[in-house]
Design a protein around this ligand. Structure first.
Ligand SMILES: Cc1cc2nc3c(=O)[nH]c(=O)nc-3n(C[C@H](O)[C@H](O)[C@H](O)COP(=O)(O)OP(=O)(O)OC[C@H]3O[C@@H](n4cnc5c(N)ncnc54)[C@H](O)[C@@H]3O)c2cc1C
Length: 621
C-alpha cells in the first residue's frame, strides 16, 4: 500500500487539512492545492484557534518536547536565580485539565475572587484530555471531541463533583433532548463489524448484532470459530459447574478474559481474533482484562455461570455528551474563572461560543491561564517544612521563566512530578512514578458525505484486529445553535479509536510499548491507515478515500488515561493508605497534588474530586 499508484488511490496526495504544527505555528500546506475549498476555509482561521488545528493533536509533539529534557535532568540545576522570580501568586497550578481548572474553581469558592491564581499548561489549548476539535467546511462548523467524550462514570459522583457540574449550568437530565436517535431509525442504521483479510482471510463488512446466530453465518470464519462464537454469544452452559458463585468469582478475578475463553469456555483459538480490540474498563484488552471484570461488563460467555454479580452502581452516575465532549466542561470552567474569554451563560451557548484566547493570560484578571508553558522544576523557597513560597520554573517559547506561589497544586501527570520536584521524599516519588498512563488515539475524520454509511445501513463498525478498532459516525447531538448533519449528502465527522498495545506483555509494559509507538508514529502513517481502513471497510457503500476525506485530526494521547490497578498484575484491594496513588498524593510542604492520576481512576468526577481534595488540604475543610 505504499507504491505511488496506491498512494494516489488512497488519496495520500490530496491537499486535505492536515497541517503539522511546530510550536503552535502552522507549517506549509500551500503547494499543490487543487481542491482549495478543503484547506482554505480552515487555514484563515487557524492562527488563534487551537481547536481548528488539524494534523497531529492531543499530546502533539511540541507540547511534550520538554518531557525528555525534564526526565534527563536538564533542569535539575536551576536555570534561573531566585532574584529572577518574575511574578507572585497566591496559588500556582500546574496543569490546565479538568482537575487543575476545578482546583482553581474550588479555591475561589473557598476564598473569594481576591486571590491571584496562575494556571500553567504545556499545550496550546486548555482542558487537558478535554480537547475540542473543530472543522469549518462549506460555511458550516463541525465540532468533535479530541479526548474525553462524556460525563459518565461507573462510580457515583461525590457531592462536590455533582455540585460543580450543576453550578456550571450542566443539566445532565436533559441529555435525551439533544440526541437525535430518529436518524438511526429513519435510515435503519445499525452497528457493523469489519473483518479484515489480515486476520480473517478476506475483507468483509457484516451488519447486525453478533448476539444473533445469523450474524456469524455471514462472517468469514472457520467452522470451529463460527460454532464457538455462536455458542458464546448465545445461552452458555455453566463452564465452571461444581464451584460456588463465590469460588467462581475468586477464580475469574485472577484469570484473563482470554484465558477464560480459551481454557475454561474451550473456545477455538481460531475465534480469538474476533476479541482483539474489545475488553474491559479503561480500554483493557482481552488479555489484560480480568475475566470477572469482563463478566461484570456484560461481555459474552458468562451467562450460564450464575455468578450472582452485584448490579453496577448507577445512581449518581451521569451520561451526558456535548458535541466537543467534556471540552465544554473545561470551557465552562474557564468562562467562570477568567472574564471575557468565553461569552454566554448557558450550557447551550457554550457549544458554539468563540473563545478569545488573548484574554486567558490577562494581567487584570485574578485568574490567569498561561498556555504553551511547561513546568520544568518546582521547588520550595527554603526548607519545605517551613517555606512560605514555592518557585515554579517553566519553559515557554524555549525560554525558562520563574514564578512564585504561596501554594502550588500539581494537577499535571503524576508520573512526571518526581522529575519536577527533586526535593520530594523518595517514597513519595516512587509511588508517583508507579502509574503508567494508558495510551490511545482519538482520530476525527471529516468526510464530504455519509452516503456509504447509509447504503451499508451502519452508523459505525467494530474492526477486530484492524489498526483502528472502532469507527463511528459522530454522536448525533444538536445543542443550541449547533446541529448534527441530518442528511447523508451532508458532510459529517467520523471518530476512530486506536489503543496501541503489545499483546502478551504485562499490562504496564503494553502501555509503555503503546506510548513508544505513539510518539514515534508520524502523521502520514496515521493518515495512510485512515484512508486504507475506511476505503476497504466502506467500499461496498461506494466510499472513495481519495475524494471523500476532507480533513483529518489525529489526537494522539501517549499520556492518556490514569492508570487503574489491575487484579491480574497487582493487588487491587489493598488498604487505601498502601495504594501508590494515595502515597503519591500526600501534601509536601506547600505543594499539593491533584489530577485523576491521584485517584487511580480515569474519569471526570475523579479529576474534579482530586482538585477539590488538593484545595481542601490548603484551605481546610
Ligand atoms: C482519549 C481520552 C478519552 C477519555 N474519555 C473519558 C470520558 O469519556 N469520560 C470520562 O469521565 N473520562 C474520560 N477520560 C479520562 C480523563 O483523563 C479524565 O476524565 C479527565 O479529563 C482528566 O483530567 P485531569 O485534569 O486529571 O488530567 P489531564 O486532562 O491530563 O490534564 C493535565 C494537564 O496537565 C498538563 N501537564 C502535564 N505536565 C505538565 C507540565 N510539566 N507543565 C505544564 N502542564 C503539564 C497536561 O498536558 C494536561 O493538559 C478520557 C481520557 C482520554 C485520554
Amino acid at each position: 500500500m505504499n507504491t505511488p499508484a496506491d498512494r494516489r488511490e488512497l488519496g495520500m496526495n490530496q491537499p486535505i487539512a492536515r497541517r503539522d504544527f511546530l510550536n503552535g505555528v502552522a507549517i506549509g500546506i500551500a503547494a499543490g492545492v487543487s481542491t482549495l475549498h478543503r484547506a482554505q476555509a480552515q487555514s484563515a482561521l487557524t492562527a488563534n484557534e487551537p481547536a481548528l488545528r488539524t494534523g497531529l493533536r492531543g499530546n502533539y509533539p511540541a507540547a511534550v518536547d520538554e518531557f525528555d529534557a525534564i526526565r534527563q535532568g536538564k533542569y535539575a540545576a536551576s536555570p534561573l536565580t531566585d532574584a529572577e522570580m518574575q511574578e507572585d501568586y497566591d496559588l500556582v497550578i500546574v496543569g490546565g485539565g479538568i482537575s487543575g481548572l476545578s482546583a482553581a474553581y474550588f479555591y475561589r469558592s473557598a476564598l473569594g475572587p481576591g486571590p491571584k491564581i496562575l494556571i500553567l499548561d504545556n499545550h496550546d489549548d486548555f482542558g487537558g484530555h478535554a480537547k475540542r476539535n473543530e472543522f469549518h467546511y462549506q460555511g458550516k462548523t463541525f465540532i468533535g471531541f479530541g479526548g474525553t467524550m462524556g460525563i459518565e462514570t461507573p462510580y457515583p459522583y461525590s457531592y462536590g463533583a455533582k455540585a460543580l457540574i450543576r453550578d456550571l449550568g450542566v443539566e445532565v437530565e436533559r441529555n435525551p433532548e439533544f440526541i437525535n436517535r430518529d436518524l438511526e431509525r429513519k435510515y435503519g442504521l445499525a452497528a457493523g463489524t469489519f473483518f479484515d483479510k489480515e486476520h480473517f482471510g478476506e475483507d468483509r463488512m457484516v451488519k447486525g448484532n453478533p448476539r444473533l446466530p445469523q450474524f456469524f453465518a455471514k462472517a468469514p470464519l472457520s467452522d470451529a470459530a463460527r460454532k464457538d462464537l455462536i455458542r458464546l454469544h448465545g445461552k452458555n452452559p455453566d463452564y465452571m459447574a461444581g464451584s460456588s458463585a463465590h469460588q467462581k468469582r475468586a477464580t475469574l478475578a485472577k484469570m484473563s478474559y482470554q484465558d477464560y475463553l480459551l481454557n475454561v469456555a474451550k473456545m477455538s483459538p481460531d475465534a480469538l481474533p474476533f476479541f482483539m480490540g474489545s475488553g474491559g474498563r479503561n480500554n483493557k484488552r482481552v488479555d489484560t482484562t480480568p475475566a470477572l471484570e469482563a463478566a461484570e461488563h456484560g461481555l459474552v460467555g458468562f451467562n450460564g455461570l450464575n455468578l450472582e454479580l452485584e448490579q453496577e452502581f448507577n445512581e449518581g452516575s451521569y451520561l451526558f455528551h456535548f458535541p466537543d465532549g467534556n471540552a465544554s466542561i473545561a470551557r465552562m470552567l474557564v468562562r467562570s474563572l477568567v472574564p471575557g474569554v468565553l461569552p454566554g451563560d448557558s450550557m447551550e451557548d457554550v457549544v458554539t461560543a468563540r473563545a478569545n484566547y488573548a484574554r486567558l493570560d490577562d494581567g487584570s484578571s485574578p485568574v490567569r491561564i498561561r498556555l504553551n508553558s511547561t513546568a520544568v522544576k518546582v521547588k520550595h523557597v527554603g526548607d519545605p517544612a517551613s517555606a512560605k513560597e514555592v518557585a515554579v520554573t517553566y519553559v515557554r517559547g524555549g525560554q525558562a521563566r520563574r514564578v512564585r506561589g504561596r501554594n502550588c497544586i500539581l494537577a499535571c501527570y503524576n508520573m512526571i512530578i518526581p522529575y519536577l520536584c527533586a526535593e520530594m521524599p523518595a517514597k513519595q516519588k516512587e509511588a508517583l512514578a508507579y502509574c503508567v498512563k494508558l495510551p490511545l488515539v482519538y482520530t476525527n475524520v471529516q468526510i464530504s458525505n455519509w452516503k456509504a454509511f447509509q447504503k451499508l445501513g451502519i452508523s459505525g463498525f467494530y474492526a477486530p484486529g484492524s489498526y483502528f478498532s472502532h469507527v463511528t459516525m459522530d454522536f448525533p447531538v444538536s445543542m443550541g445553535n449547533y446541529h448534527f448533519p441530518r442528511s447523508p449528502e451532508e458532510s459529517c465527522l467520523l471518530h476512530l479509536l486506536r489503543t496501541p498495545c503489545e499483546p502478551g506483555l504485562d499490562c504496564k509494559d503494553q502501555y509503555r510499548a503503546g506510548r513508544y509507538e505513539l510518539v514515534t508514529t508520524k502523521f502520514e502513517t496515521f493518515e495512510r491507515h485512515v484512508r486504507d481502513q475506511l476505503g476497504r471497510a466502506l467500499s461496498a457503500g461506494g466510499f472513495d478515500p481519495d475524494s471523500d476525506i476532507e480533513a483529518i485530526t489525529v489526537n494522539r494521547w501517549p499520556h492518556g488515561y490514569a492508570y487503574e490497578y489491575n487484579e491480574l498484575f497487582e493487588p487491587v484491594g489493598r488498604p487505601a493508605a498502601e495504594r501508590p496513588c494515595v502515597i503519591g498524593r500526600q501534601p509536601f510542604g506547600r505543594i499539593r497534588i491533584a489530577n485523576s492520576d491521584a485517584d487511580g481512576h480515569a474519569y471526570t468526577n475523579t479529576a474534579i474530586d482530586q482538585g477539590y481534595r488538593a484545595v481542601r488540604e490548603i484551605v481546610g475543610s
